[in-house]
Design a protein around this ligand. Structure first.
Ligand code: HEC
Ligand code: HEC
Length: 254
């Protein structure tokens, strides 16, 4: 499914895809002063093995208001002694689009990759990775860090993570899923973690009341950061799916 998405985006001339188990940001309730992204640090064991080297491999874009595009540039150098082709560029979330200025790099040559991140529904410190693959299948990864500021002028009612191109990953994949675990994997894990430990959204490990869970899942918390997932709120989930999901979540041995 994600591969199909990537294929259709390739057709649009954009190159991006997704890998579920990565990236992340600090939960919104944590202090914003220091830039630590604990979940990302804990989950990332990526080791670059390509001669294409990001210099540097962490770039801080600075502050951006929620809803505005954040643009960053990553510099890539060919540290090998042969010509190298950048065959693909992937990003952690489909909200980011990354495009190299040049794909064929001479030995010692370099290029820049322009990354544009749609910050709708983001908050706090966000960290997104960009990964390139060379012609021999070797990969290299860099991270963009941004600090999303609340935006009083954002008209959140006019958008949602369930609409437009966001739907390909935040709405469509959960359609037709029946088991709680499957629904969770497709609709929740990207923000709450594979083990409900919390990533950009808070940990859900202390929730044991199925009715409360069902109500929060259906109606959201009144913001675009955790929208209502019920069909009648514009979300992807049927009443049966919400029941199955909240039953499953409430009974997990956490
Ligand atoms: C190709 C699949 C895909 C598409 C398309 C996609 N996302 Fe995501 N999204 C993910 C994945 C996977 C994660 C978790 C990894 C991460 O945070 O980068 C995520 C995480 C998020 C998060 C929580 C983490 C954060 O960055 O704050 C938000 C908010 C979000 N997406 C919004 C959007 C919006 C808005 C769009 C449409 C402009 C969108 N996404 C399109 C796959 C996608
Ligand atoms: C795009 C990211 C995102 C997705 C997807 C998402 N959530 Fe959330 N969720 C959040 C954020 C952020 C909060 C905290 C919102 C706040 O308090 O402002 C939250 C809050 C919650 C809460 C309340 C937690 C508490 O203790 O206050 C529950 C329960 C919850 N989400 C369950 C789910 C379930 C179940 C799913 C899947 C159907 C899901 N969420 C999908 C981001 C997300």
């Amino acid at each position: 499914m994600l591969e199909n998405v990537a294929v259709s985006m390739l057709k649009m001339g954009l190159l991006f895809a997704v890998i579920i188990a990565s990236s992340g940001l600090s939960a919104c309730k944590q202090p914003q002063a220091s830039l630590t992204v604990p979940h990302a640090a804990a989950s990332e064991k990526f080791v670059s093995d390509s001669v294409l080297v990001f210099e540097p491999d962490h770039v801080d874009i600075g502050e951006v208001k929620e809803g505005e595009d954040a643009t960053g540039f990553l510099r890539v150098r060919n540290a090998g002694d042969h010509m190298v082709n950048i065959v693909s560029v992937e990003t952690s979330c489909g909200c980011s689009v990354a495009e190299p200025e040049q794909r064929l790099l001479m030995p010692g040559g370099f290029t820049r990759i322009k990354v544009v991140i749609d910050t709708f529904a983001k908050q706090g410190d966000a960290k997104k990775w960009v990964q390139i693959t060379d012609g021999s299948g070797h990969r290299s990864r860099a991270w963009l860090v941004l600090h999303v500021q609340p935006n009083p002028h954002l008209d959140a009612s006019s958008r949602s993570i369930f609409q437009g191109k966001c739907a390909a990953c935040h709405y469509d994949p959960v359609q037709g899923k029946v088991a709680g675990a499957e629904i969770y994997k497709a609709a929740c894990a990207m923000c709450h973690g594979n083990h409900q430990e919390g990533v950009s959204g808070p940990s859900l490990q202390h929730h044991h009341n199925a009715d409360t869970l069902a109500s929060v899942i259906a109606n959201g918390v009144g913001s675009q950061h955790m929208p209502g997932f019920a069909k009648n709120k514009g979300g992807p989930l049927t009443t049966e799916q919400i029941d199955a999901l909240s039953q499953w979540l409430s009974k997990l041995d956490k």
